[in-house]
Design a binder for this molecule. Structure first.
Ligand code: ATP
Ligand code: MG
Length: 140
């Protein structure tokens, strides 16, 4: 399996509860390397642009409110099959459906406040990494 990079976000519900280190430990134990990382406050415009794919969904406005409700940690993760591997470590979108031992099962508060974001395909991973990081910011 090829080496890949994926974009991860530790969401405001998790930064509020000081879970950045615990979540990063899950990534590292799963063989994912944090090759770029920055803690930021998303602007409304940034949240809307990042989640533009969900613009027509009923939860879009609430999601943008939530994602701007506190700091987030944006990160690029690198590893073998990193996109799928990260989504496995994250667990299902809805924590009620997430497998035992996943980040969302253990930490998510709700289907919206579900602690982490992870890219879902190579094309979106490349776009989402470029949304937050310049090439020189990523050190593998
Ligand atoms: P993410 O893109 O954040 O990694 P995902 O790919 O598992 O999550 P998506 O379907 O892309 O899920 O939804 C993006 C985000 O929108 C979810 O992570 C969650 O925060 C929110 N969301 C998704 N479905 C709902 C819903 N039914 N009600 C409220 N919020 C939702
Ligand atoms: Mg998604």
């Amino acid at each position: 399996m090829a080496m890949q990079r994926t974009l991860s976000i530790i969401k405001p519900d998790a930064t509020r509860r000081n879970l950045t280190g615990e979540i990063n430990a899950r990534f590292e134990k799963a063989g994912l390397r944090i090759v770029a990382q920055r803690r930021i406050q998303l602007s409304r415009a940034q949240a809307e642009a990042f989640y533009a794919v969900h613009k027509e969904r009923p939860f879009y406005n609430d999601l943008c409110n939530f994602m701007t409700s506190g700091p987030v940690v944006v990160q690029a993760l690198e590893g073998e099959d990193a996109i799928a591997q990260n989504r496995k470590v994250m667990g299902a979108t809805n924590p009620a459906e997430a497998e035992a031992g996943t980040i969302r099962k253990d930490f998510a508060e709700s289907i919206e406040a579900n602690s982490v974001h992870g890219s879902d395909a190579p094309e979106t991973a490349a776009q989402e990494i470029a949304f937050f990081f310049a090439g020189v910011d990523i050190v593998g």
